[in-house]
Ligand binder design. Structure first.
Ligand code: SF4
Length: 80
């Protein structure tokens, strides 16, 4: 999942060990992952910031899917 060091808060998240759900190619599984982010996880904001800061665009991070992450990264880049 990580190609950079995992942040310490990640050790207590509901997606730990759920790569097959959070990195699934199936839209229904990605929707389930997004629901977990939005409804259970207490680190959603940190997670989204981590993904954008570290250019993570595959899978689900902070309640966003890959296309959302790419769009947000592009928006942030255009502001800089
Ligand atoms: S927001 Fe989603 S992907 Fe991020 S740590 Fe929480 S459950 Fe995992």
């Amino acid at each position: 999942m990580f190609n950079v060091s995992a942040p310490s808060w990640f050790q207590s998240t509901p997606c730990i060990g759920e790569d097959q759900l959070f990195f699934s190619a199936h839209p229904s599984k990605r929707r389930m992952a997004v629901a977990i982010c939005n409804n259970i996880c207490q680190h959603k904001e940190e997670c989204l910031k981590f993904a954008l800061d570290n250019r993570q665009t595959l899978g689900v991070w902070g309640g966003k899917t890959g296309p959302d992450l790419i769009r947000l990264a592009e928006e942030l880049a255009s502001v800089d």
